[in-house]
Write a protein that binds this ligand. Structure first.
Ligand code: ADP
Ligand code: MG
Length: 442
């Protein structure tokens, strides 16, 4: 296996890789990086979660060398807003020690904000096809300097019907350029797409292996609030025999801390619980002790678990859902090492159900639900927490439908409620009020 050094990655990028915790290239990275560097067009096919983003980003950084000019030299087309943001974040992390500039744009919000991001000059533009057109038509972006075109998640681009827009794009970008097309799946349409967009491409296909999602026994609990999550967690951990080596994943350091405090206090002594977010030394000690089996429970965020390679983990418990859906696969993959049978349990509050459904799409599986055991106390949700959940649910609805007005603070007619009651539609409401007033004064 090659190392990143052997793949001739720039020093500044290597430094970032080390910090992020990427120790060695994944198979798609190992194979794609040298070929992309050689300037050939590439069709790359590998399952979700195998590191395709860095497979194209790393050689692109090498090609760009450093910030230069104003117009983007690289265009990365992605199908969704989420992916645009995610690729943008990946670039951000990887270019910490480089001056390469980028912008990640997507639909659903006004384009002028995005135009402002591009204006000072960028090297890489990440965009959904629709938003790219908005910006192009408004004259907010020039594609004359483009040298590399990446189409990421080509299969989803096709599913979402973006082909006509991408085809149109070919007419406005320089003919002489390198094309890279990445996809999690391969089928006839992806094949056709590659004929259309790629010039004598090198095809790199990583044979799918059994995914963690297939090897791990997964389930989730619907849990109304934070306190109930803690109660359920404590209850599960009482069974020391079954839960013999457990990683509890939490999204933030703050949650890691509160989970740590509670289970340290209630479930058992301090001895066999650690959390991996307390400075570098403690982190390494914690992980080593966990590897040796001295510690039964490790509490970790996604970042501090990177590169963690421990076998014989009985359970992964997701105290909350990860920020990035792919990280779910990485989290549960911890318990499927070397084909061990493992279990992954996810605690989902009402505001997280939306993300769970998205994760199910990513892993192309339905995760079965379990009932909270009767022994677990379910306290009512405190008002601030409830409001935060409702606000988050509103935000999700807006993500799905940018015209959604938001139901928070407004009373909504439930299915089955009388049609004659005023609904939350503002116009209707004001009419009803006037009508009532009128009647009253008569
Ligand atoms: P894909 O696009 O193939 O679905 P991503 O590029 O999004 O996969 O990567 C999936 C996850 O793997 C991300 O969390 C990423 O940070 C991580 N990752 C990528 N390359 C490596 C590596 N070489 N070592 C460790 N983790 C990696
Ligand atoms: Mg990807």
């Amino acid at each position: 296996m090659a190392t990143f050094e052997e793949l001739k990655i720039n020093k500044s990028i290597l430094k970032a890789l080390e910090e992020i915790g990427f120790e060695k290239p994944t198979p798609i990275q190992e194979q794609a990086i040298p070929i992309i560097r050689s300037g050939l067009d590439v069709l790359g096919i590998a399952q979700t979660g195998t590191g395709k983003t860095a497979a194209y980003l790393l050689p692109i950084f090498a090609k760009l060398v450093k910030a230069e000019g104003e117009d983007p030299r690289v265009l990365i087309l992605v199908p969704t807003r989420e992916l645009s943001i995610q690729v943008g974040e990946d670039i951000e992390e990887l270019t910490t020690y480089s001056n390469i500039r980028h912008a990640a744009v997507y639909g659903g919000i006004g384009w002028t904000k995005h135009a402002d991001m591009i204006k000072p000059g960028i090297d890489i533009l990440v965009a959904t096809p629709g938003r790219l057109w908005d910006l192009y038509k408004a004259g907010a972006v020039s594609l004359k300097k483009l040298k590399t075109l990446v189409i990421d998640e080509a299969d989803r681009m096709l599913d979402m019907g973006f082909m006509p827009q991408i085809r149109q794009l070919l007419e406005i970008i320089p003919v002489k350029r390198q094309n890279l097309l990445f996809s999690a799946t391969f089928n006839e349409s992806v094949e056709e797409m590659s004929h259309e967009f790629l010039d004598f491409p090198e095809r790199i296909e990583i044979a799918p292996s059994a995914t963690p999602a297939q090897l791990v026994q997964q389930c989730y609990y619907k849990v109304p609030n934070f306190k109930t999550k803690l109660n359920l967690l404590q209850y599960l951990l009482l069974d020391e025999e079954t839960f013999s080596r457990v990683i509890i994943f939490v999204r933030t350091k703050e949650n890691a801390e509160s989970v740590y405090k509670i289970i340290k206090r209630k479930a058992e002594g301090q001895k066999r619980i650690l959390h991996s977010n307390k400075g570098q030394n403690t982190r390494i000690n914690a992980i080593n002790a966990f590897k040796d089996g001295d510690i039964r429970i490790l509490i970790s965020t996604d970042v501090s678990a990177r590169g963690l390679d421990v076998s014989m983990i009985s359970h992964v418990i997701n105290f909350d859902l990860p920020q990035r859906y792919e990280d779910y696969v990485h989290r549960i993959g911890r318990t499927a090492r070397a084909n061990n049978i493992g279990e992954a349990i996810t605690l989902v509050n009402p505001a997280e159900e939306y993300h769970l459904r998205k994760i199910e799409k990513v892993i192309r599986m339905e995760i079965p639900m379990k009932e909270i055991p009767a022994e677990v106390e379910i306290p009512p949700t405190p008002k601030p927490e409830n409001q935060e959940q409702l606000r988050e649910i509103d935000r999700q609805k807006k993500l799905e439908d940018p015209t959604f007005q938001g139901a928070f603070h407004e009373k909504k007619r439930r299915p089955g409620e009388s049609r004659n009651k005023p609904t939350n539609a503002p116009k209707h409401l004001s009419k009803t009020k006037k009508f009532r007033k009128g009647r009253g004064s008569r």
